[in-house]
Design a protein around this ligand. Sequence first.
Ligand SMILES: C[S@@+](CC[C@H](N)C(=O)[O-])C[C@H]1O[C@@H](n2cnc3c(N)ncnc32)[C@H](O)[C@@H]1O
Length: 789
Amino acid sequence: MEKLKSAVPDALKQQISKSTPSQLPSTCSSLIHFFHHLPQFHQMIKDLTDPSMALCCKDRSAALEAKLKGNECVSKGEYPNALLFYSQALRLAPVDMDDMEVNLAALLYVNRASTLQKMGLLLECLRDCSRALRVSPHYAKAWFRRGKANISFGKFEDAIRDLNISLKAEISSSGKRQIEAELKIALDKFKGMGSSGKKTNQNQSEVPDELDQVKLQCLLTTTKGRGMFCVEDVSEASLVHKEDPYAAIILKKCRETHCHFCFNELSADAISCASCSIPLYCSDQCQIQAGGQKFDRSSKSFSGLEGLADDLKNYMSDVVLTGASTLDTGHIAEHRHECQGFHWPLILPSEVVLAGRILVKVIEQKRRTSADTNLIGFLDLSHNYLQLPPENKLEMHIYSIILLHCLQHFYRTELPISGIMVSKLVILLSQIQVNSMAVVRMQAPEVKGPVYEPGNALTSSLEQVKVGQAVYVAGSFFNHSCQPNIQAYFLSRTLYVQATEYILAGSELELSYGPQVGQWDCKDRQRLLEDRYSFTCQCTGCSELHVPDLVINAYRCTKLNCLGVILDHTVTRCEKRKLKLLLDAPTVFSSSPHKQVEKLKDANISEVARHVFESDYKLEPQHCLVCDSYRDLQASCAAISQAESCYKRLQDAIASNEVSTNILLDAVRCTDLLRTTFHPYNKRIAEVEDNLAQAFCLVGELQAAIDHCKASIQILEKLYDANHVAIGNELIKFASLEILVGDSAASSSISRITAIFSRYYGSHADDINPYLRHLKGSRDVDKSPIVSR
Ligand SMILES: C[S@@+](CC[C@H](N)C(=O)[O-])C[C@H]1O[C@@H](n2cnc3c(N)ncnc32)[C@H](O)[C@@H]1O
């Protein structure tokens, strides 16, 4: 990329850096023309699209090597390693490898199934047996393994059928003897169990999602372009929107750990694409929907075994043909055009590959509806092309031309390489920047046992991890607010949007694109939104004076018992801008400064910044906003920086689980300094209290841990609404500690957490945050305290 960039002549670079959307067809044409005569460019496209050079090819000898390693691990009893090697072999095995006694894929599935069974993963074992049978329906060992798995499952009727088919398919007499012995076990158990061993319905009943009848309208706003509004009142905690992505892609860092279709964590029996070694899926269903090819030849060539009774023949075809369907799922196969021995999807950035998926979907949809194939205007979404830095504009041009060349290897003449087409891709890339959402999962903490056992207290913060990136068409019309009234979350790759408060008819529904009031101060939120999305936030949280923005980074007044805030220059500048906005055009905003004081009396704004409204709206840095006392912030910062190095030592000690008494005592001492320098509601104090709670928990001083955790929550309650999810997350740690000391108050903490999480995630709260289920489970267990209070 860097080489291509530097090869572009300066004059063309200049043109591109200054280009507007309407000039794009011309700048794109010029760059196409330049690359057309550049051998380096053609070499790059060849490298990305030549199947003989692809890194993603199947590899017979590597598959066999991995299989051998798997076998060695099994013989040493190293089952988790064996699992890894068999999965790797399956990923690399060519689908039609029939030059061995048994098809290699079928053999590998059975080997993996037997390993899974040894690891106690019966469902996974059963699925792998069925996959082996879909490739090789007459494979006696696969039926045998399936029979054994069904015995372990207690499904004796199925086990008897599996073993009878295995017996018919097996040719060696020693093999037959082994099967007969297993069959006897199954028959005995079936008789012994009576009806409880009868076939059970494996399908888990799924609770349908209830989408409340919330009517939404997309309307033009005065400051933020289009936005989503509700037509009627929306009650708190109701689901207002649910949508599957137009296109989605897994992030590179999650390729080996998460399903490439649904983005859930991969199961032990993950499956791979039949034609390339890149995507991994958690289930056959995900693989079908993604459009990758399956190890599945049975539907074409299935024939029952000679002399088999009719009911066994039917059973056999049920097992072999289930999941083999090439049923139209309604999904556009998002992997198919990336799976022809090309390895560009592996190399290009995720958002470029995502743009390819969107373009392909547009083409396929137009094909299905026989619409005009002139692909003018892919998606009607906003973009930020004009605001992009020059460097990004050039990169987008180059990537769009590369992507189009790569896609041409699949679509040939259907995708002409023209200035117009490339310009549309450039716009698509900037639409993706503004509109795509990060699909996130709550990182589940490793919980090895009940919460009331030491070591299972959750004192570190729950982290959200980004697993995918997706574009939702209607979801793209929700604007951002730093004080959102809705929350977005994801199950599988589906977007859910839920109201977190009562919303009056005609109001705008706004979610947070990341930053929120209480999390960062106004200038930091604005900076992030400018950098990432190229807009200046116009939300109410960034337009009105309020307590969290005033206190979050504030210093303490030097006068005893005064709660007024002292601000530094940067925060003062930002708050002054808000004040000026209000004074210049109070009618644009919901309330005038005076009214705001009235409105915010409950929120104690006068307690921390009365002066602003009493003395001509004066806001001076380094002076208390209640009593005007002066604080030398340079000296305060110098003192705080010493304390910070002490906290750094504490954090390192927590990370390595080596908290010494000295480090802990130093940190406690420094916290006293922090409390005399920072405003009592300053977020840094909350963070430090949280660290101290974690450290005290690690050294087993649970009461001290509880006290510090509580102190942290009390500060957060000044920064966020009391029912905010950030408080819920902290309360999880608090309840976890309460349980550990046997405090019966844990029960009410858990009730509060449950209420908060239902407000944000409705009936999906436990799925979104698995630790919550764990915590709730503990409430029902009567345990005496491990440490008495
Ligand atoms: C995902 S789109 C939302 C829909 C968009 N308003 C439209 O007309 O298509 C994001 C874009 O909306 C605008 N936007 C969203 N929230 C905003 C806010 N709080 N302040 C200003 N502009 C905002 C920005 O232009 C941003 O790039």
